[in-house]
Ligand binder design. Structure first.
Ligand code: GH3
Ligand code: MG
Ligand code: MG
Ligand code: MG
Length: 301
């Protein structure tokens, strides 16, 4: 674990460095609050810091205050070091955002024990961040395919529609439905059906650009949002998507399966449409119906 020591007194700095290095910490030292803020604001900066209270310029509590005010970055465990023993100071320090404080000269065993507490808190903090991220992923992604789920892709579509309207650029949406998918399930079973959906999702994701969106709309239906894609471009791009699916069979535990999709596409070139997603989805759905009627494995606009 890396730790930052900020102290304007060179002797204190060296003493701390010695104690901490002996306990296995990788120590970084700075002589003032500005240096501490710079080091701790860095993306890969230390996650623990011992901050002298009194330093010229920015003092220890002010470092705490400024660090806590920032929105980004990982949590840093902050310990203030003070030679003062006044209780109001301690309260001030903690209110400024310090996690702990120690009075100088400090006992090296106490220092180590308190830093171990800090390490435990950082571990809990990391677990919390991880759990929060996983919850966010689960709320917005489909468990089977890993694509955006219905709610999230419709939300993406709404945001893109607003942006394209603002910037006067076109936007295309595609509804993509697997042809005769029920047969895959009926003949080979649901697990094989699931394998097909997963690979299909992968191919669709590969076929779009990083700033486009793709999500699972329902069962074996996907929705793609192609930002900046007008009707001319859409002809090529939707053909590419058909090809991405059908160009080679999908490997499953029941052997390779030749899968095709039908696509209903709709482009919003005009600025006249209202902002809701229902209208373009309805139009794409109508086009998808025509694609199915037309014999499947094709795009209709
Ligand atoms: P069409 O070409 O007209 O679209 O025919 P289809 O058989 O694909 O259409 P239909 O709507 O009759 O069947 C869709 C099937 O997709 C039925 C449903 O059991 C299956 N399905 C939906 N979600 C999943 C899933 O998550 N896994 C699997 N294996 N099958 C699913
Ligand atoms: Mg000092
Ligand atoms: Mg369907
Ligand atoms: Mg289908």
């Amino acid at each position: 674990m890396r730790i930052l020591v900020a102290d304007d007194d060179a002797v204190s700095r060296r003493l701390m460095e010695k104690i901490l290095t002996q306990s296995g910490y990788e120590v970084m030292t700075v002589a003032d609050g500005r240096g501490a803020l710079d080091a701790l604001s860095h993306k890969d900066g230390p996650r623990m810091a011992l901050l002298d209270w009194m330093m010229p310029g920015i003092d220890g509590p002010e470092v705490c205050r400024q660090l806590r005010a920032r929105q980004e970055g990982s949590y840093v465990y902050l310990t203030l070091l003070t030679s003062r023993q006044d209780r109001t100071d301690v309260i001030q320090g903690l209110e400024a955002g310090a996690d702990d404080y120690l009075t100088k000269p400090c006992n090296s065993e106490e220092l180590k024990a308190r830093l171990r507490t800090g390490l435990r808190i950082l571990m809990l903090e990391d677990k919390l961040v991880e759990a929060r991220e996983e919850m966010r992923m689960r709320a917005t992604h489909d468990a089977l395919t890993g694509l955006l789920n219905r709610g999230a892709v419709l939300n993406f579509m709404k945001v893109e529609m607003a942006r394209c309207r603002r910037e006067h650029t076109p936007l295309s949406i595609l509804l993509c439905d697997v042809d005769h998918f029920k047969q895959v399930n009926d003949v080979h079973g649901h697990l094989v059906g699931d394998q097909v959906l997963r690979e299909l999702a992968h191919r669709l994701k590969q076929a779009i650009r990083p700033f486009d969106g793709v999500g699972r709309y329902g069962g074996e239906e996907f929705v793609l949002v192609l930002s900046g894609c007008g009707s001319e471009q859409l002809r090529h791009r939707s053909g590419d998507i058909l090809d991405a699916v059908r160009s080679k069979p999908i490997e499953t535990s029941a052997g390779p399966l030749h899968i095709t999709v039908s696509i209903g596409a709709f482009t919003m070139d005009s600025l006249e449409w209202s902002g809701d997603v229902e209208f373009p989805l309805g139009r794409a759905d109508g086009a998808l119906y025509r694609a199915k009627m037309n014999g499947r494995n094709c795009v209709q606009f």
